[in-house]
Design a protein around this ligand. Structure first.
Ligand SMILES: Nc1ncnc2c1ncn2[C@@H]1O[C@H](COP(=O)(O)OP(=O)(O)OP(=O)(O)O)[C@@H](O)[C@H]1O
Ligand SMILES: [Mg+2]
Length: 559
């Protein structure tokens, strides 16, 4: 709720409008509000501290979470919400959560210091040294021997395994290896897990401080079917005081498409609540349509049938304000049909073009919007943000994945040349923004800059979409840089690559996405696994191969 003493921002107005569009789910909303009023230590009726909202895509989990978050705020809680866009590992999740908690309270300095320390240690340990650097006493015999074998054209096994081909100056390569091996040794002494545990302890200590000042701290972890892959074990450990005593007024809300695993049984039994969300009843669908101004009985019935009560589809169909049942009645009931119908009903050609063009960008902000829509559509940013299929709590807005997939399929088939042109325009824009950040940061500082990494990945995604074959080699080389920066950055790279494979339907990209999935599913360290696959298929340039071996070697030594 906007505070009365100051004028609301545009973002707050858009968020309020989204809350106003909320329909139904009365039982779940009332239950959550009642729970906030309970005492977690009550011997007779303690508050639940763990919720699991589950249901199919588009049923309204994230929408319910937004409503619950507002209820929590009104009850004086500090809150934070993360989804698959913020979470690439435990560290990025904690950072995203704490940033939001800090924005509502005060700077969380000791946590920030712990993260900074962890980053510095990781960076020092993981990054192999500059291959041109000279060491005083020259490279060791082992390294020299390995690199001679490499440069001589014979195959040699480096710590990461696999063969590398002919390459530059052998002594320079050997020196690089010595530095890398030293760092690996140092890092092994420290132990990889402990850095993360130190930050987790600081995170829990921070929650403890905030819990002393506020009735609740509520953490919403959305899209759990994806975020849980990284956070599941860590969160269970945290709830069992694995990183220090967790205060009783921390509340955790998970939302995802799947059931929780068996390991959650005990925690759910102890004051956990399972909240299954079903499709809307006919009454709720009618209510949603009435709110959107669709009341003609035949039309209501047709929308209810085509949407199957799925709020996402009901909403986008209602949005187009169909005037008759005949306009709704479809020959199929798929998402594509609903999307197609929705697009057809946008009467203004400019708005239609804006909606479809922006669908090609996986994440949007006002800059991306301005770079991609025609000049005359620039004033439509706020209109687009107000559409029910557009959401986003952090720096970016996104289309709902189901709607976006439908529109992307449609655009790719409708105009292949238009598809390529839009992706190239976006790739060039991201390249220019990344270069701008690079110019304004000293030395190699941009590599640690989250905005710079976003631009690099978005550029890669769009180049792959524009020309899958032509951009593949460069994209795979980018994986080596990402691997050097650590497993979380590599996951971001892998997510962007996989998205490009899905969106292009390109066979070669699909094969690569499959290989990456297989490699990371083994439970092996993701950096070694992905770099191992790249090296096995010999796709990298010789220089990238050497770097890949060094990075991978370091990770395998640690395992
Ligand atoms: N209670 C509701 N009232 C009004 N509209 C709703 C409601 N629930 C869902 N919607 C509509 O459905 C859309 C999709 O809902 P939401 O994003 O919450 O689904 P989800 O379950 O989180 O899906 P996913 O599993 O793909 O993340 C919303 O943008 C909104 O248009
Ligand atoms: Mg969701």
């Amino acid at each position: 709720m906007p505070r009365p003493q100051r004028r609301p921002s545009r973002g707050e107005l858009i968020a309020t409008r989204a809350l106003d569009r909320f329909v139904g789910r009365r039982e779940q909303v009332a239950m959550f509000a009642r729970n906030l009023a309970k005492d977690p230590l009550s011997p007779t009726d303690p508050a639940a501290y763990l919720f699991h909202v589950r249901g199919v895509g588009g049923v309204g989990k994230s929408t319910l979470l937004r409503q619950w978050r507002e209820a929590a705020r009104q009850a004086g809680a500090v809150t934070a919400v993360v989804d698959e866009n913020d979470v690439h590992g435990v560290l990025s999740a904690m950072v995203a959560l704490s940033r939001q908690l800090a924005a509502q309270t005060r700077p969380l300095k000791s946590f920030d210091r712990a993260v900074e320390q962890c980053r510095r240690e990781r960076e020092a340990a993981a990054r192999p040294t500059d291959l041109d650097g000279a060491a005083d006493d020259g490279p060791s015999v082992t390294s020299r021997a390995i690199s001679r074998a490499v440069v001589g054209g014979t195959t040699a096994l480096l710590p990461g395994g696999g063969a590398i081909a002919t390459m530059v100056d052998p002594d320079a390569v050997a020196e690089g290896m010595d530095h890398a091996f030293d760092r690996v040794r140092n890092r092994r002494a420290r132990g990889r897990g402990t850095e993360r545990d130190t930050v987790s302890r600081e995170f829990v200590a921070t929650l403890d401080e905030l819990c002393a000042e506020h009735p609740w701290v509520v953490l919403f972890l959305d899209t759990w079917e994806q975020t849980g892959r990284h956070l599941d074990a860590w969160l269970r450990a945290m709830l069992c005081d694995g990183f220090g005593p967790l205060p009783v007024n921390v509340m955790i809300v998970l939302a995802g498409r799947d059931d929780l695993t068996r390991e959650w049984g005990g925690l759910m039994a102890a004051q956990g609540r399972d909240v299954p969300l079903e499709a809307f009843t006919e009454q709720e669908t009618r209510e949603l349509l009435a709110r959107r101004g669709v009341t003609e009985p035949g039309t209501v019935e047709a929308v209810a049938r085509l949407s199957m009560g799925l709020p996402l589809l009901a909403d986008i169909l209602a949005l187009a304000r169909p005037e008759s049942a005949a306009a709704v009645d479809a020959d199929g009931d798929s998402v594509d049909t609903a999307v197609e119908r929705f697009v057809r009903w946008i009467a203004d050609p400019l708005r239609r073009e804006v909606v479809l063009t922006c669908a090609l960008a996986p994440r949007l902000n006002a800059d991306v919007f301005a770079a991609v829509v025609p000049e005359e559509g620039r004033g439509l940013w706020e209109w687009l943000c107000g559409q029910p299929f557009v959401s986003g709590s952090g720096d970016f807005k996104r289309y709902h994945a189901v709607v976006r997939a439908g529109m992307v399929r449609r655009e790719r088939a409708r105009s292949p040349r238009g598809w390529t042109a839009v992706h190239l325009r976006l790739a060039d824009a991201h390249a220019a923004w990344a270069a701008d950040i690079e110019r304004n940061l000293p030395d190699d500082g941009h590599r640690q800059d989250a905005r710079w990494r976003c631009h690099r990945l978005d550029e890669m995604y769009h180049r792959l979409c524009a020309h899958p074959g032509g951009a593949l080699a460069e994209a795979l080389t980018e994986a080596v840089d990402a691997g050097e920066d650590g497993p979380e950055t590599l996951r971001e790279w892998s997510d962007a690559f996989t998205q490009a494979a899905l969106d292009t339907h390109d066979e070669t990209l699909g094969v690569w996405a499959g290989r990456l999935r297989e490699a990371t599913a083994t439970g092996e360290d993701p950096v070694s696994a992905v770099l191992g696959v790249l090296l096995t298929h010999r796709t990298l340039t010789p220089a990238a191969q050497v770097r890949a071996h060094l990075v991978r070697g370091g990770h395998l030594e640690l395992a």
